[in-house]
Design a protein. Structure first.
Length: 218
């Protein structure tokens, strides 16, 4: 009794392998060229609240303030985070949120229009924890907020919006504004060590947040 039988098998020719290689390479080039744009969406929606991630540089804060004025928001909410270690013994501010609030005040933003989230000390999933802090404020303020816009920086934006959507739930819609980074060319991010580190790191972090992160584990 035979256990094996010959079968014809089609395999690529040299030209076939070349075509496959070209298609794979073209796909990789397309992914690389579009990766930063994918991670940096700007899709604002009509909203009364603008949420600002506290760690943005001063140039981005200035642009965020312009967006706040232009968008007719009622409140600018600043997420909370720990000050960098090198500043903790030199700054009179207790958190990065307080420092950001003071910076915006020096730029002309009225203090009664901003809300600085209290510091939440966590070791992991910090963005999600910050988003939970914003949710707690929205719940306690009894504000009839149905939509917010999140102001972030470059490739951080898509992951941050995803985590805010998870934290705020279906009741509140989340728009996003991604301000381009200053320290590398977003269209040639792979040519800069800083750009490569930021974009690739955020791509991996976004995959984790999309596939592996579950709010109950935060």
């Amino acid at each position: 009794m035979k256990l094996f039988a010959p079968r014809n098998c089609w395999v690529p020719t040299r030209r076939g392998w070349l075509l496959i290689a070209v298609l794979v390479l073209a796909g990789m080039v397309l992914v690389v060229s579009r990766l930063n744009a994918f991670l940096s969406p700007t899709r604002p929606i009509p909203a009364d609240v603008l949420i600002l991630e506290w760690w943005l540089p001063d140039s981005a804060m200035k642009d965020a303030l312009a967006e706040f004025r232009r968008g007719g928001y009622q409140r600018l909410v600043i997420s909370a985070g720990p000050l960098p270690d090198r500043w903790q013994n030199q700054s009179r501010y207790k958190s990065g949120g307080e420092l950001t609030g003071a910076t915006l005040a020096s730029m002309g933003l009225e203090t009664n229009l901003m809300v600085v989230m209290p510091l939440r000390r966590v070791e992991r999933d910090r963005t999600y924890s910050m988003a939970l802090g914003v949710k707690a404020w929205l719940d306690s303020s009894n504000a009839a907020v149905r939509a917010v816009n999140l102001y972030s920086l470059g490739p951080h934006a898509r992951r941050s919006r995803l985590l805010y959507e998870k934290a705020l739930g279906d009741r509140i819609k989340v728009g996003v504004i991604a301000r381009p980074a200053d320290d590398y060319d977003p269209n040639r991010w792979w040519s800069s060590g800083k750009g490569f580190h930021e974009v690739v790191g955020e791509a991996l972090a976004y995959l984790y947040a999309r596939i592996l992160f579950h709010p109950g584990t935060a």
